[in-house]
Write a protein that binds this ligand. Structure first.
Ligand code: 3HC
Length: 293
């Protein structure tokens, strides 16, 4: 019998986790969102309110649907609140030890048949799964930024993930309006493995003063029809996240294309993480604002 997923938990409501919670709630599925403290909860709530206001302004939601969406999300700082959910999606920062500890706890708190999914983009699902006594119920469920808008979801199976787990998660992804693809557990999965060599190359060209940031981005937008140029896209993804993904792929494959361009690390050290800090390759007048100053 396919699982019904009457409710889901999302742990970590940063940019990605908040977007993921919004996507489930928009599809009518109650969400239990878990964050570290009240400040983090307030930030997540603000993020979802802002995103759904945008959807409202664009005619993607009406007032009643927006209210219902917001009402379907409950916020808590307690993992114990996940005792009755049918799926947990983890979206905490990309540290293997922290994820391992979290999955170990989740396996104790949740019902034994519950699927534990990670939104990681740079860590191994297999390595996360072995922290639980049920790695066969662990999958990757990798959303793209901004999660409420981007259609793709990668469902990542390991060598021990049960087929019915993959099938049920693929069906769920379709139910929430996404286009799922299934991939094995290798760094970068499909999309990032193809995308990040290109992004890194753009950073190198910028670093070598080959062209201005505006011209690099304009070339790909107007010459190739990409919705954003590579440097603006890294600002959206976050330079820290981009670095982690590149570093992880480089360590797995030793492919020079994925050796992070040195300037990325320098910008991260200087606090230029992209839109989330108001400055990356471009300067934004407010976090998450697309305005280039
Ligand atoms: N819910 C539903 N729809 C929403 C929404 C919400 N909360 N917020 C916005 N939308 C809709 C809008 O109505 C609009 O729809 P339309 O095209 O039918 O009018 C569409 O989403 C685009 O929104 P906006 O008009 O507000 O914004 P833009 O047109 O400026 O597009 C963008 C912004 C979607 C970010 C676009 O520039 C884009 O697609 N950029 C590329 C993003 C990308 O490549 N992401 C992947 C990054 S890699 C990654 O995430 C992997 C990870 O591991 C790091």
């Amino acid at each position: 019998m396919p699982r019904e997923f009457a409710s889901v938990g999302v742990v970590g409501l940063g940019t990605m986790g908040a977007g993921i919670a919004e996507v489930f709630a928009r599809s009518g599925i109650p969400v239990v969102g878990v964050e570290l403290n009240d400040d983090c909860i307030a930030r997540s709530r603000g993020h979802i309110e802002h995103s759904t206001e945008r959807a409202l302004a664009k005619g993607k939601l009406d007032d009643a649907a927006r209210e219902a969406l917001l009402d379907r999300i409950t916020y808590t700082t307690s993992l114990e609140a996940l005792a009755d959910v049918d799926l947990v999606v983890e979206a905490i920062p990309e540290h293997l030890d922290a994820k391992g500890d979290l999955f170990e706890q989740l396996a104790k708190i949740t019902k034994p048949e519950v699927i534990l999914a990670s939104n990681t983009s740079s860590l191994s699902i297999t390595e996360i799964g072995v922290h639980t006594p049920r790695p066969s119920k662990v999958v990757g469920l990798h959303f793209f930024n901004p999660a409420p808008v981007m259609a793709l979801v990668e469902v990542v199976r390991t060598v021990v993930t049960e087929q019915d787990v993959v099938d049920d998660v693929v069906a769920l992804a379709a139910r929430i309006g996404k286009s799922p693809v299934v991939t094995g557990d290798r760094a970068g999965f499909i999309a990032n493995a193809l995308l990040f060599g290109y992004l890194n190359h753009a950073v190198t060209m910028y670093e070598q003063k080959y062209a201005t940031r505006e011209d690099l981005d304009a070339a790909m937008r107007f010459g190739c029809g990409y919705p954003m140029g590579p440097l603006a896209l890294i600002d959206l993804i976050g330079l820290d996240t981009a670095y982690e993904i590149l570093d992880s792929m480089y360590h797995q494959s030793r492919d020079r294309r994925h050796a992070p361009a040195p300037i990325l690390k320098q910008m991260i050290t200087a606090g230029l993480l992209g839109r989330k800090t108001g400055r990356g390759f471009y300067t934004y007048d407010a976090p998450d604002s697309p305005t280039v100053v």
